[in-house]
Design a protein around this ligand. Structure first.
Ligand code: C2E
Ligand code: CA
Ligand code: CA
Length: 762
């Protein structure tokens, strides 16, 4: 409640009327005590009671710098000491020099400055006689504001002297306050920067504002997105999400200030709205609305209830603080976005590979290592599901799997998403074991109201046995996972040291393959394909062989993956295609004019940018008619990157060659997709041919593939036909062609010539 200005005009006009001004009462509160609020406290120390009365009478109802004066009284130096030890925030002391002793006042000054260390309080010495003036040194040393004889101090002089002292006190305090305030801001800045995330930072801001204002943290800090399309332009925001809150506003955690709010929350919304609109701090006597200018489009604002109106210094300090904070908030926002992007998977919100490696490193360095297991959990046939049912569905499925794995996070596990359909679970062996983790997949996942069954394969590493880094542990888990997938028996595999040996073995083989290929150890064998009804040869599949210098044969099942892995497959594949084309030309020259040549093409080859060019060159150079050349691609390969494959196959078809899908039935092809692929032939996988005679399921899958071929107008070849019963059943089911040991093994060209001679009816 600011009072009106002091009657300075009256003082100037008629100084001697001062004492006769209409006496105004100090503002009193309901209890009759002085009203709470800023006042100047003046201590009068004098052994003459009259001096007290005249002083209060002269100054009592005046105010200085918009504040009333309040007087404290001491009638001796001893009493003053006692009072000073008890009372704080005294602006001015009017001090009598001569009291108990001649220089009691001077001793008191020394006590105030040196013992009590009160350096801010202004001291005005008064003495009865000029003879008792203190040394000039004392005035300087003890920071005495003024020295006056009592007779000198007319009422008007007393007023101006005390006013000057009050001003000086105010300035000293302001400098001290802003110095410590600035110190505080610098410290606050450093403390705030150490906090992670916007919410922590914002909570820190509220604490620091409390610190600057010298009160407990209280208030609410909101974020405002002016680009939010739901916000009407240029009006009081309707909804401000709360980022941090404290004190009275603590219940707003996680909520928002809305137009429906009432009470303090409504005040806060209104005040924050005003600060956001003005784009600056807005103060009232009861609250401060602080504005933090966000440079990236979003603004922040805080509402701080006040115990008393803020002074200019406090406002200026807050301004400086808000500037620092705005920059800080923005950085924290950026950093936390970067942090989330760098360490967390967007889709599942789980830690990603990078974060997992950090956690692994920490686990390996700590006591948990002894009992911890790192596992990779790979969803079976996810790529197929994704293609068949759409990426959106796939994403929902991944999120559902993430949620289920995370559900057991209460058991002190780290669940992360490593990429694609591979998750990781890290934790105690009691929980992280195939029995438990795979049991989580026993219940179907509910996606879009549909029950979806997903199985998983696991690779595991016992950290106690691991002696490398976190990244190495992850690599080992990946090796174990690959092994588990190849084995396909138990659905899981624990990494063992011997697997590291295997890797060295593979590297050794890679070198051997390179030198062997250069030395001409690789060649082709040809396995005939026959018409199941007439048993006439219709073509052959070219199959790669490797016979090392010491005479050992290495299976393509072993060395093709190594050739693919090392990139050697590009050169080897070209050699295969050229050799097969030459063999086709040779056979045609031998009279086998309707004979087709099937060539296996691996995914790595197919993806190579120069594949088409290489294919055209091989056809041109050999003179092989493209219509009699067929490329076999595997079904799993046909499932990846559908659009790219569709376009690529269209290009391949333009050269005139035909396309077969190898190992058909092992993957999961959708019908509509198959139709768009422009393929010519399906090869029934050997496993389903074997099933015809050796499994309870019998011929059902072979039957389905044959049916599918018929419906799509595709040719069908059954591979791996080993006995007559299989051949007979396949023929009865309408399968036109077969390939297998029953008819012929893969053969060298000379053998093939003999076989063709023996098996081609005249
Ligand atoms: P694939 O394309 O499915 O080849 C058929 C495999 O089944 C061949 O094994 C063949 O010898 C074998 N086979 C044929 N008839 C029978 C039978 O009646 N019973 C049994 N048990 N097996 C039979 P191979 O030659 O060991 O080739 C294995 C795999 O290596 C091939 O599977 C193919 O994926 C790959 N491969 C072979 N040659 C090449 C090549 O030149 N390039 C590429 N990229 N891959 C090749
Ligand atoms: Ca094949
Ligand atoms: Ca096959």
């Amino acid at each position: 409640m600011p009072l009106s200005s002091p009657p300075l005009a009256a003082i100037k006009d008629d100084p001697d009327d001062l004492l006769f001004l209409e006496e105004r009462k100090l503002p009193l509160d309901a209890d009759g005590g002085p009203l709470a609020g800023p006042v100047w406290r003046i201590l009068i120390v004098d052994d003459d009671a009259d001096v007290h009365t005249t002083t209060t009478f002269a100054l009592g109802n005046l105010e200085m710098q918009h504040r009333p004066l309040v007087f404290l009284h001491a009638y001796s130096a001893a009493q003053a000491r006692e009072l000073l030890a008890r009372e704080g925030d005294i602006a001015v002391i009017l001090l009598d020099v001569v009291m108990e002793e001649d220089d009691a006042g001077l001793h008191l000054v020394r006590f105030i400055r040196e013992t009590l260390k009160l350096v801010d309080v202004r001291i005005i010495l008064r003495t009865g006689q000029p003879g008792y003036a203190p040394e000039i040194d004392a005035i300087r040393d003890f920071d005495i504001n003024d020295y006056k004889t009592k007779s000198e101090l007319t009422r008007i002089k007393l007023y101006t002297t005390v006013t000057a002292a009050v001003r000086s006190y105010e300035q000293i305090r302001a400098i001290g306050k802003s110095r410590s305030g600035l110190d505080r801001i610098v410290r606050a800045g450093a403390e705030l920067m150490a906090l992670q995330g916007v919410a922590d930072f914002a909570a820190g801001v509220l604490t620091q504002v409390g610190g600057i204002l010298g009160c407990a943290a209280s208030g609410v800090l909101c974020v405002h997105d002016p680009l939010d399309p739901t916000e009407p332009v240029d009006s009081v925001p309707q909804r401000l999400p709360v980022v941090a809150c404290a004190g009275l506003f603590a219940p707003l955690a996680g909520a928002a200030l809305t137009a429906q709010a009432h009470g303090a929350a409504a005040d806060a919304l209104f005040a924050i709205g005003a600060a956001l609109a003005a784009r600056e701090n807005v103060y009232t006597n009861t609250a401060a609305a602080l504005y933090f200018n966000g440079k990236s489009g979003r603004d922040f604002a805080a509402y701080i209830p006040l115990v008393q109106p803020l002074g200019d210094i406090e406002k200026r300090l807050l301004e400086v603080f808000c500037g620092t904070v705005a920059v800080g908030l923005e950085n924290v926002e950026l950093v936390s976005h970067l942090h989330t992007a760098a360490f967390y998977d967007q889709l599942s919100k789980l830690p990603n590979r990078t974060r997992l490696v950090e956690i692994l490193d920490a686990t390996l360095a700590g006591p948990a290592r002894a009992s911890s297991i790192l596992s990779l959990v790979d969803l079976d046939h996810f790529a197929e599901t994704n293609d068949a049912l759409g990426h959106q569905f796939g994403d929902l499925l991944l999120a559902a799997v993430a949620a289920r794995l995370q559900h057991c996070q209460g058991l002190n596990l780290t669940v992360a998403r490593i990429g694609g359909d591979i998750f990781s679970v890290l934790g105690d062996a009691a929980v992280v074991n195939p029995e438990y983790i795979l049991s989580l997949f026993a219940t179907p996942f509910s996606i879009d109201g549909q029950d979806v069954r997903v199985s998983a394969t696991m690779g595991l590493v016992r950290l106690a046995e691991h002696d490398g880094s976190g990244a190495d542990a992850l690599k080992d888990a990946d090796i174990a996972l690959k092994r588990a997938k190849v084995q396909q028996r138990t659905g899981h595999f624990y990494f063992s040291r011997s697997m590291g040996v295997e890797i060295r073995e593979r590297v050794r083989m890679m070198h051997a393959l390179r030198t062997g290929f250069a030395a001409g150890e690789l060649f082709l064998a040809y396995q005939p394909q026959v018409d199941l009804v007439s048993r006439r040869p219709v073509g052959a599949e070219a199959l790669l062989r490797w016979k090392t210098a010491d005479g050992t044969q290495i299976s393509p099942v072993v060395f093709i993956p190594i050739a693919e892995y090392s990139g050697l497959i590009i050169e080897i594949g070209e050699f295969v295609l050229r050799s097969a084309c030459q063999e086709l030309v040779r056979l045609r020259a031998g009279g086998h004019r309707d004979f087709t040549m099937s060539v296996n093409v691996s995914q790595v080859q197919f993806r190579h940018p120069l594949f088409l060019q290489m294919l055209r060159a091989a056809l041109d150079d050999s003179g092989a008619p493209p219509a009699f050349v067929e490329l076999e691609i595997t079904e799993s390969m046909a499932m990846e990157e559908p659009q790219q494959l569709i376009e690529m196959l269209a290009e391949v078809k333009r050269t005139g060659v035909s396309i077969a899908i190898d190992d058909f039935g092992t993957g999961f092809s959708s019908l509509s997709y198959l139709q768009r692929l422009q393929i010519d032939r399906l090869k029934i996988d050997r496993a389903f041919v074997t099933e015809i005679t050796q499994s309870a399921r019998g011929s059902s899958i072979a039957e389905m593939v044959i049916q599918l071929g018929r419906n799509l107008g595709l040719s069908v070849v059954a591979e791996g036909v080993e006995d007559e019963r299989q051949a007979h059943i396949l023929q009865a089911l309408g399968c036109p062609m077969g390939q297998g040991f029953l008819f012929a093994r893969p053969m060298a060209p000379a053998e093939l010539d003999a076989w063709l001679l023996a098996n081609t009816p005249a």
